[in-house]
Design a protein around this ligand. Structure first.
Ligand SMILES: C[S@@+](CC[C@H](N)C(=O)[O-])C[C@H]1O[C@@H](n2cnc3c(N)ncnc32)[C@H](O)[C@@H]1O
Length: 202
């Protein structure tokens, strides 16, 4: 994406040089360096994964024991890695929990999922919150006890409410905005460290 909303972007050029599909990889890199969301043997779930820069980054850090399940409505630009399973699914769809839980439980759930924006901030934040609510709702089926979460949300809606909810189900939870987020962007990430609720029912 060449400087989509303004001047040429350092992160876009760097992503191209380093072989990543999107500049968003540097948001995950910062989140991983700060919060150690997963390690080399983890089972990781990447939601809203297309075109695939987060998934590429995760695969680069996993060794042969690690596993990655990537979910999106759109196809990913990566394939052919035996540690990777790609599911073409709607996070808000009925099939989502069962089909994804069949590959879990996961040590880390990551989501960079974002609705296509309308330009109407209240609509966009509500759609973003709906995705985050669905993910949080299904966490007991998806995330191991002790597991970690990083999920994107548009600010200006329910993020404080959802953060409070996470504080009840993680050892610690906070919001964090990586430097690679565009300055005019109103996205942030909700981080949950040490999941305390795990439901064995699949
Ligand atoms: C910003 S992009 C993710 C970029 C990705 N992390 C990367 O680094 O390549 C947001 C993605 O969320 C996906 N998405 C939005 N709503 C979704 C939904 N309800 N179910 C599944 N994927 C969704 C979009 O298709 C889009 O590919």
């Amino acid at each position: 994406m060449p400087g989509k909303r303004g001047k040429p972007d350092h992160y876009t050029n760097r992503a191209k040089r380093e072989g990543y599909q999107a500049r968003s990889v540097y948001k995950l890199q910062e989140l991983q360096q700060k919060f150690r969301l997963f390690d080399s043997t983890s089972r990781v779930l990447d939601l809203g994964a297309a075109p695939g820069s987060w998934s590429r980054y995760v695969l680069n850090l996993l060794d042969s024991r690690g596993r990655l399940v990537a979910v999106d409505l759109c196809p990913l630009e990566i394939s052919g890695d035996p540690r990777l399973e790609v599911l073409k699914l709607d996070i808000l769809g009925q099939e989502f929990p069962q089909l994804v839980a069949a590959h879990g439980p996961f040590d880390a759930v990551l989501s960079d999922a974002a609705p296509s924006t309308t330009g109407e901030r209240s609509v966009d934040t509500a759609r973003s919150a709906a995705i985050v609510e669905a993910i949080i709702h299904w966490l007991p089926r998806l995330l191991c006890q002790g597991g970690n979460l990083a999920v994107k949300i548009f600010q200006g809606g329910e993020e404080q409410l959802l953060l409070r909810e996470l504080r009840g189900t993680f050892r610690s939870a906070r919001a964090f905005k990586p430097r690679a987020c565009r300055s005019q962007s109103f996205e942030t990430y909700l981080i949950g460290i040490g999941h305390t609720h795990h439901d064995a029912v699949r």
